[in-house]
Ligand binder design. Structure first.
Ligand code: F6P
Length: 386
């Protein structure tokens, strides 16, 4: 007798812990004699390709993969059933809706449900598929931790570890050269990685998208730090922006890539600060290092918990739900809730209070005295008096 089938997809930017989720889903279903697990290569796209790129995921296929970064079934943030790219004869592209074709292919394979492991974009597709009659369960992934309805996403802790190690390493070189070091970390909408690594690494300034920064406050803190410690460390999220300013981003020319590309705000800050600080600076953009490599133990555990929970949601027929971690419990929430808004850092967030409590400048009015200046000399004087 043929077995019941569930299809796993990994979508959006990759993230440490994806393989651990896949493994947990497969292991949980291997306890159910009637079920087997398939994987669609490159998110939903594998199912839509001709020939289909769909693989069987059995225990042998997932053995030992929980320690490996990336995803064995690959990922993408392009294409999918709602925006399948088609090339015009003149080389330009347009997109088509292939949801009906997608559903037929699921039926042809005997797939009863999909477990979609992804961030905001993938959860949005999952939600839309649900509305078109596909049984979907979600698992929240993103190093940025910007998905709502879960206290944390898997991959975030690993990214924080990597960013913190970067801060630690920059401290010794900053100190040796009496420099300002600016570390740019990921976080297009939300500054969770910046905030956590700034606290863990003991940075002096932390700039995040949610708090537009006041250059005067930042320069004041840096100059004061130079006086007392002889060097300074800034952690800045890629989506940060100055008060009345814009974030540093550009449209991608990659076909079908819907997001804008971030990267470079650290260099912009260094330029802005140059006339106002008394030390030399260097900029380090950590970039995709934060997404690569082996997941931290915390993320392996969380990914495994999410994988088991997602499998159980399918077995219980709880579709349209996403595995979630809330108040120390693994639970389930409607996918719709997770995509209703970004999980922004808020003023009353514990880590904001903590950062302020240890004197980290968040770039806004709440740090130190309101200073007015126009030259580095004035700043140094203000600093000496302060
Ligand atoms: O979603 C996480 C994230 O790491 C963002 O912080 C970053 O801007 C983006 O992905 C980059 O994604 P990619 O280079 O894969 O398009």
């Amino acid at each position: 007798m043929s077995k019941r089938r569930v299809l796993v997809t990994t979508g959006g930017g990759d993230c440490p812990g994806l393989n651990a989720v896949i493994r947990a889903v497969v292991k949980r279903f291997s306890l159910e004699p009637d079920w087997e697990v398939l994987g669609s290569m490159e998110a939903f796209n594998g199912l839509l390709r001709d020939p289909m790129e769909v693989v069987t995921l059995d225990e042998a296929a997932v053995s030992g993969i929980h320690t490996r970064g990336g995803t064995i079934i690959k990922t993408t943030n392009k294409g999918g059933p709602f925006a399948w790219p088609v090339r015009n004869p003149d080389g330009t592209w347009y997109t088509v809706d292939r949801v009906e074709d997608f559903k037929q292919r699921l039926e042809q394979l005997g797939v009863e449900a999909i477990i979609s492991i992804g961030g905001e974009g993938s959860m949005d597709i999952a939600h839309q598929l649900g509305k078109r009659g596909v049984n979907v369960v979600g698992v929240p992934k993103t190093i940025d931790n910007d998905l709502s309805a879960t206290d944390v996403t898997f991959g975030f802790q690993t990214a924080v570890e990597i960013a913190t190690e970067a801060v630690d390493r920059l401290v010794t070189t900053a100190s040796s050269h009496s420099r300002l070091m600016i570390l740019e970390v990921m976080g297009r909408h939300a500054g969770w990685i910046a905030l956590h690594s700034a606290i863990a690494g003991g940075a002096d300034v932390c700039l995040i998208p949610e708090i537009p920064y006041d250059l005067e406050q930042v320069a004041y803190k840096i100059n004061r730090q130079m006086k007392t410690e002889g060097f300074a460390i800034v952690v800045i999220a890629e989506g940060a922006k100055a008060k009345d300013g814009h974030s540093v981003s550009k449209k991608s020319d990659e076909v079908g890539y819907a997001n804008v590309l971030y990267g470079g705000v650290g260099h912009q800050l260094a330029q802005e600060l140059k006339p106002h600080v008394t030390m030399d600076s260097r900029v380090m953009i950590l970039g995709h290092l934060q997404r690569g490599g082996t997941p931290a133990a915390y993320d392996r555990v969380l990914s495994t918990e999410f994988g088991v929970k997602a499998a159980e949601l399918v077995l219980e027929g709880q579709f349209g739900m996403m595995a979630s971690f809330q108040n120390n419990e693994i639970t389930a929430v409607p996918i719709e809730e997770a995509i209703s808004e970004y999980n922004f850092v808020k003023e009353d967030t514990q880590q904001v209070r903590t950062a302020r409590g240890v004197g980290i400048c968040l770039g806004d009015r709440n740090f130190g005295p309101q200073v007015k200046w126009d030259t580095a000399e004035k700043m140094a004087n203000a600093t000496a008096k302060g």
